[in-house]
Design a protein around this ligand. Structure first.
Ligand code: PLP
Length: 746
């Protein structure tokens, strides 16, 4: 595939709820505070007095902005510190309670900083209260009845003004009524981080005791925040020391940070300033983005009611596209968005969407697109253009049903493609005349595969299982029905009874009984003349390990015999395609399989007898089950190397300038085509191949790569290409390097 480097473009940043860039006007005041007004506000000299003036001006403006009335504003390092300070103050005060069953309440969709702080200090301070999540309804709004029912026993109640994942705005007035109608004493904290500059907060009119804010969510730098404290609310300094902030928070003040909030508040308070867009304009921006998303991805679900949310956050999922695919696609087009919440990106579901009762798919594949109130119309228009530019790419790669505006359908499915779902693999083989077979179809992947078949006009000859899967549901019957394949003439695994072999253009698919993992296990051999190029062996052999025999119908003697029979047919170069790829190996040959599984090598080289094999398999499996999940379909005795070599971007440039190097872009074709992040490696390389991980096995079969060649592998961040580098190293490629940090750092 040829590669045309795209123009260099600035990324469009649509992840403002995670953090924002610092506004140029704010950068100026911060610089001024560091260069000119650098005094210590506690110093008596003029430099100190100037600093003190700046500090108090910032406090006065912040009070005005949040309408603090007689309440106080304290500068903190950010919202997390504000949350600690508020909760510790409230809990220390609550120690005098006489309640039988005290509770601490928090909203189920709260930022993790809140429940984790409550639980931590509840335990450290030995309060022994029950920590309860207040449920939300399908719109993300707190259950007021639950609050009313539990408020009498509450020591502290924590809610939020605006949610960071969905932008849902809570009705603080209604929450206040629910709390105060039952309890006038308990402390109430409202996390206002995502509300600042977006909703009007008249704190003096409320009984909110504490409200934390964070600078970096609204164009100020990281490391600065503030905490509103109602007059008379319990307070214990969280940081003691030199008595700064009237003894309420010691430590020399972060004056550059405070200067940034001073300027931010000034801009927000100045009615004639045009830095921030009006609510109407922001609504328009949201509608533009929504239209662009819907036009591009077509089957989109938004997870929140727009009329109940701030206009700057859109949370959605795309049917049949995982959040990873959507984010990679956006990233390749130079648009930065996040999956669910940036702070919980370690987990792959959203507890916020779970609490709202959204489906598993929506929760696991949510995309959060958030912009800031100072973003311009031009920025939003560029974002929309970039989003729309993905449409032809999606259509060409069959990720969405295209409206046939783009007839140039890439023949990306010809050859062998791996489809993975949670460790399980399906394989699609398409011959040059578009006749195809599907092996071990996974039910969750049916819509995607069906679309691919329809769009690329594939002529599916058979949908096959290698055995009746015991760990998951097979999609075979459903798939065959949807494709209207005759099923009365097929055996229980989908093989046409009357046929010895299946013709696939110049190739032939044969079936070989290989019992062992289960009684019904078979392998399918893809042959060109007598040469077996590919073996679909189900769970008999897995990348890095042998199949398990501890399931129904498992038989280690039969497994040993099947391996010997298979060895008779396979070549060293035969590519092995298993029904699982737990270790994310993507491609492996029979030769490497034997190298990595000494027990397999010993058996097929006849260094041990079948009895020895059975004994050692049992010993190794037992040991394996102690280490891994016994439910896995196999995984015995792998000796795979995890070694790989990496080059920094500058070393990689030197290498490609002085040697003949093939650059392999490991990203999926849609990311590769959408590429608009400048990458000097891709620009300077003479030969670029696009071989995604899903097509690594195909690259081996079609001999697109050669063990003696020089290869530099890259992807978005260097993680996927590292896996591919390890795979190629294991396959015996000598000169293969990963680009450290991928396109992101090049
Ligand atoms: N609360 C909410 C709603 C947030 O979005 C965040 C940041 O993601 C925090 C609290 C924590 O803020 P900080 O990063 O200032 O500690």
């Amino acid at each position: 595939m040829s590669f045309e480097p795209k123009r260099k473009e600035e990324p469009v940043y649509l992840d403002a709820n995670a953090t924002t860039p610092v506004l140029p006007a704010i950068v100026d005041v911060v610089t001024h505070a560091m260069k000119v007004c650098y005094g210590n506000p506690s110093s008596a000299h003029i430099t100190g007095v100037q600093a003190k003036h700046l500090l108090e001006q910032a406090r006065a403006r912040a009070k005005q902005l949040v309408q603090a009335g007689k309440g106080d504003i304290l500068f903190t390092s950010g919202a997390t510190e504000g949350i600690q300070t508020a909760i510790v103050s409230a809990l220390l005060d609550a120690r005098k309670h006489t309640l039988q069953k005290p509770v601490l309440l928090y909203g189920a969709t709260e930022h993790k900083a809140v429940p984790n702080t409550l639980k931590h200090w509840n335990s450290v301070l030995e309060i022994h209260a029950e920590v309860l999540a207040i449920p939300v309804d399908k719109n993300g709004l707190l259950d007021l009845r639950f609050i009313e029912d539990n408020a009498v026993n509450a020591l502290v109640i924590c809610t939020m003004a605006v949610n960071n994942e969905t932008g849902v705005i809570q009705d603080l007035r209604a929450i206040e009524n629910a709390i105060r109608s039952r309890n006038t004493q308990c402390a109430w904290m409202v996390d206002c981080v995502q509300a600042m500059g977006k909703v009007n907060l008249a704190l003096y009119k409320t009984t909110i005791d504490y409200a934390p804010f964070s600078g970096h969510k609204l164009y100020a730098p990281k490391g600065i925040g503030m905490l509103y404290i109602r007059e008379g609310a319990p307070y214990t300094p969280f940081i003691a020391g030199g008595g700064q902030e009237s003894g309420m928070r010691s430590g020399t003040e972060n004056l550059p940070g405070i200067a940034s909030l001073n300027e931010l508040c000034r801009l927000l308070l100045d009615e004639n300033d045009t830095t921030f867009r009006s609510h109407e304009e922001l609504n328009e921006f949201r509608n533009q983005l929504k239209d662009a998303i819907e036009d591009t991805f077509e089957e989109v679900t938004f997870h929140h009611e727009f009329k109940l949310s701030v206009p700057t956050t859109l949370n959605f999922s795309v049917n049949n596209l995982t959040s990873k695919e959507v984010i990679d696609l956006f990233d390749a087009a130079g648009i930065r968005v996040s999956g669910g919440s940036a702070c919980s990106s370690g987990s792959n579901r959203s507890f916020v969407l779970d609490a709202m009762g959204r489906t598993n798919w929506e929760s696991e594949n949510a995309i959060r697109l958030s912009f800031g109130p100072a973003d311009t119309r031009a920025q939003i228009e560029t974002a929309c253009q970039r989003i729309r530019s993905l449409k032809p790419i999606l259509a060409q790669n069959c990720l969405i049903v295209s409206d046939s505006q783009y007839p140039n359908q890439e023949a990306c499915a010809v050859g062998l493609t791996q489809f993975r779902h949670q460790g399980a693999c399906s394989w699609l083989y398409v011959a040059s005349d578009r006749s195809a077979v599907i092996i071990d179809p996974i039910v969750e992947l049916l819509p995607r595969m069906e679309r691919l078949i329809e769009k690329q006009k594939l002529n599916v000859q058979a949908v096959l299982d290698t055995h009746a899967h015991q760990d998951r549901e097979s999609g075979r019957v459903l798939f065959a029905q949807n494709l209207q394949l005759a099923h009365d003439d097929t055996d229980e695994l989908g093989w046409p009874k009357k046929l010895e072999s299946l013709r696939l253009a110049e190739n032939r698919l044969e079936k070989l009984a290989t019992p062992g993992h289960s009684k019904d296990s078979v392998s399918y051999l893809l042959c060109n003349d007598e040469r077996v190029s590919t073996c679909f062996c189900g769970d008999m052999v897995l990348p890095h390990g042998l199949g398990a025999t501890n399931k129904l119908g498992g038989d280690t003697v039969a497994l040993g015999k099947s391996l010997l029979a298979l060895n008779e047919r396979l070549l060293e170069s035969t590519v092995i395609c298993s029904a699982h790829d737990y270790k994310q190996c993507f491609a492996i040959t029979w030769a490497v399989q034997k190298q990595q599984i000494p027990l397999l090598a010993a058996l097929v080289n006849q260094d041990i007898t079948l009895d020895d094999f059975v004994e050692q398999h049992a010993l190794q499996s037992e040991c394996e089950h102690r280490l891994h999940d016994a439910k896995l379909c196999g995984f015995v005795n792998a000796q795979a190397s995890e070694q790989f070599d990496e080059l920094s971007s500058s070393d990689a440039v030197k290498w490609i300038k002085t040697t003949t190097v093939t650059v392999i872009d490991i990203r999926e074709p849609y990311e590769h085509s959408a590429q608009c992040t400048p990458c000097q490696i891709l620009e300077q390389a003479t030969t670029v191949l696009n071989i995604p991980l899903t097509r690594m096995a195909d690259a081996l079969i079609s001999e697109r790569v050669d063990k003696d060649g020089n290869y530099l592998l890259l992807c978005r961040t260097g993680n996927r290409s590292r896996q591919a580098t390890v795979t190629l190293k294991n396959l015996g490629f000598k000169h293969v390097f990963n680009l450290k940090g991928g396109v992101a750092l090049s």
